[in-house]
Design a protein around this ligand. Structure first.
Ligand code: RIB
Ligand code: CA
Length: 310
């Protein structure tokens, strides 16, 4: 029985690879994509999400959600993803429609319509949509099976500030709501995504698929990695968001610890920091499976095999 998921996303080249991986994998039933403002503004993230679905050949519905964080001005990341958010390869304007219902209402209705414990939420961007749904309809919180998200960092620090990772930094109040919600959390922080580095060989293997998906993934990764290789001096760039989907397909690829993680929402210096009690030096209740390791070869083997199916 495939696992039912909603992917909440701010495409983003790495979101795009994650979405394609999910759509190619029979273990998962992607009920919908819900777009949120993040890497680029909402009009672009919803447009990009529709383009990605079209590229996959599927008909997964796409909903637009929140265009700004709960309490703060939106911070975007065109410097990483380009002005469209999906720079690297020109794609045709999507004919795949945008659903008229707001993504937050869709999330609420979907969780109410399915038996408790049957829907997994997979946020790949700022947590605004899910936090808004939880605030508006607290009854859905115990109905969520699990939230598997990309965000945060511990030993790796931050990527948008020295202390904070982008998804958490953009909407720290939303992240705080999610991390305090009591919903079982699996967190893919920079500590693990910085080990899921692309390689020249893998990008060429994508191009060698000879398919529109292979070409797009190779071009997006070429574009996406230019920023990170310059910044980190590493060969290859971290493919952050696909770690969330790979975990759902094969959790054995990852290692981590069930620990307490809380979100800084007050200090300007460390705003959006995930304060992860990795060494359990407090008596704060563990609330998240916080990942630290990944089998990089196994991860890329899975990606190559699955993307080759589209
Ligand atoms: O910090 C990396 C995260 O921020 C990824 O999800 C990327 O797509 C951006 O949303
Ligand atoms: Ca993202």
């Amino acid at each position: 029985m495939p696992r039912k998921i909603i992917i909440d996303t701010d495409p983003g080249q790495d979101d795009a690879v994650a979405i394609l991986l999910a759509l190619a994998s029979p273990e998962l039933e992607v009920i919908s994509l819900t777009a949120v403002a993040g890497n680029v503004p909402l009009p672009l993230t919803q447009w990009n999400a529709r383009q990605i679905v079209e590229l996959s050949g599927k008909s997964t519905p796409v909903y637009a959600g929140c265009d700004a964080p709960l309490k703060r001005k939106l911070v975007t990341a065109e410097h990483v993803h380009g002005k469209t958010g999906l720079d690297g390869i020109p794609l045709p304007a999507p004919s795949h429609p945008l659903q008229s219902q707001h993504a937050v209402d869709h999330i609420i209705d979907t969780l109410r319509a399915h038996p408790p414990g049957t829907i997994t939420l997979c946020p790949l961007g700022p947590l605004t949509n899910i936090a808004t749904a939880f605030q508006r309809a607290p009854d859905i919180i115990p109905r969520v099976a699990e939230i598997v998200l990309m965000g945060g960092g511990c030993f790796e620090g931050g990527n948008i500030t020295p202390a904070a990772e982008f998804n958490i930094y953009v909407d720290p109040e939303a992240a705080d709501i999610i991390f305090r919600s009591g919903v079982p959390l699996v967190v893919m922080p920079l500590d693990v995504t910085h080990k899921a580095l692309t390689s020249r060989a893998w990008i060429e293997a994508m191009r060698a698929l000879g398919t529109p998906v292979g070409q797009a993934v190779a071009s997006w990764t070429d574009f996406f990695e230019r920023f990170d290789t310059a910044k980190y001096g590493s060969e290859g760039a971290p493919l952050h968001d696909p770690c969330v989907i790979a975990y759902l397909i094969n959790p054995a690829l990852f290692t981590g610890r069930h620990i307490n993680v809380e979100i800084e929402t007050a200090s300007p210096l460390t705003l959006g920091m995930t304060v992860a009690d990795w060494w359990r030096v407090t008596d704060r209740e563990p609330n998240a499976m916080f990942m630290g390791g990944v089998d990089r070869d196994g991860f890329y083997r899975l990606l190559t095999e699955r993307l080759g199916r589209l």
